[in-house]
Write a new protein. Structure first.
Length: 379
């Protein structure tokens, strides 16, 4: 985030909903900007609900064209997976090949060759255009180090979109039991081919326009706010620890070093990076009390923001950015008439060239294309 004030009057033709967000007149934007109001589940849920990443209300193309030829539906996989994740559907990935090095955790063992369990979230990579489904995988057995009792289930991420933003070929299908509404939709829209749905897209090509939408800008602001609030509570933890206050036993899991198996190869992939420049938020975060309970509250709060709330918001943001990378580079949505990307913009004393879009006197959106290194399994 760079504090900027731009010279000259910005163009005035822009959707009113977008204007309301960049001027912080939108109720959600105003709440995000107010540090006195902690980020809540309700705020996150309300903003995510605007993404319209769902099969409900959609009219996708059928699996077969009018002549009976297979064409695959244009319903994108993410619009089907998001509702599955929201209802905590149980799915099976019969075959999966690890793209990254295999992580071996003490006291865990893998049972069988498939992956099976409840969907607990959808994950995006912060550096590349890669996406994964997160399962509480019941094919992992864990041994409690204190009691020696073995139980089933551990969280695992399984890649569905590769590091380069294309389908990952290390899996071939997801098996699930549809609810009655899901089954009715699939039948009504003729999306079945036998007992299988084939997806052409993981994110719909038209979603590229979403990066200019009010809901996308709200998510960018929300992530900035969650990061800032989490950083404050981490600083509160440091403050209390310097007073020699320690967390109560059992609040924070003991650190366990991870062991990685197998060799890796280094690859280079192209990706896209977006930044939003915005004014400072206002108000103050509430300090915790100088006690063990205060330290525990700070620890739980920053952990909840970063690991429970933030991933779903980042997934929706990154899906929009992937659509723009694949289908919209340098394009402008129709409701942004009168504005255009400025090529080769640099921040004060900066050395990186950006594509730059001014949204208001003190807010802007920018992106750049870059090549990054990734380490993948050599197998």
């Amino acid at each position: 985030m760079i504090g900027l004030k731009f010279r000259g009057r910005p163009p005035i033709k822009m959707a009113e909903s977008v204007k309301d967000v960049v001027m912080f007149k939108n109720e959600y934007a105003a709440e995000i900007a107010d540090r006195n109001k902690p980020v809540s589940d309700e705020l996150v849920g309300a903003i995510l609900a605007q993404s319209v990443m769902s099969w409900e209300g959609r009219n996708p193309s059928p699996a077969l064209d009018p002549d009976g030829n297979f064409q695959a539906t244009d319903l994108d996989l993410f619009s089907f997976l998001v509702p599955l994740a929201m209802r905590g559907a149980v799915i099976e990935i019969p075959r999966y090949h690890n793209r990254r090095k295999i992580v071996v955790r003490q006291g865990e063992r893998k049972i069988g060759a498939n992956q099976f369990g409840k969907v607990t979230g959808l994950i995006s990579n912060k550096d590349v255009l890669s996406f994964s489904v997160r399962l509480f995988d019941m094919t992992i057995a864990k041994t409690d180090q204190a009691t020696g009792q073995e139980n089933l289930g551990a969280h695992r991420n399984y890649m569905i979109v590769d590091c380069d933003g294309f389908w990952y070929d290390g899996w071939d299908k997801i098996v699930f039991n549809p609810t009655a509404p899901e089954n009715a939709f699939l039948r009504e829209k003729d999306l079945w081919t036998g007992n299988t749905i084939y997806f052409k897209y993981y994110v719909h090509p038209n979603r590229w326009q979403s990066i200019f939408s009010a809901q996308h800008l709200l998510k960018l602001l929300l992530v900035e706010r969650m990061d800032e609030e989490a950083k404050f509570y981490k600083s509160e933890m440091k403050r209390l620890e310097e007073k020699r206050i320690s967390l109560p036993p059992g609040v924070k899991p003991d650190y366990q070093a991870l062991v990685y198996e197998g060799e890796t190869d280094e690859i280079r992939v192209n990706t896209i990076e977006f930044e939003i420049d915005r004014p400072e938020f206002f108000g103050n975060y509430k300090a915790v009390e100088n006690s063990q309970n205060g330290l525990a509250a700070a620890y739980e709060r920053q952990k909840y923001l970063i690991y429970s709330l933030k991933p779903a918001v980042r997934f929706a943001i990154r899906a929009n950015e992937a659509a723009y990378f694949r289908n919209g580079l340098e394009r402008m949505a129709p409701w942004m008439e009168g504005r255009d990307w400025v090529r080769g913009w640099r921040a004060p004393r900066g050395r990186v060239d950006w594509m730059f879009l001014r949204l208001s006197p003190d807010m802007a959106l920018r992106y750049r294309l870059k090549e990054v290194k990734q380490h993948i399994s050599a197998e």
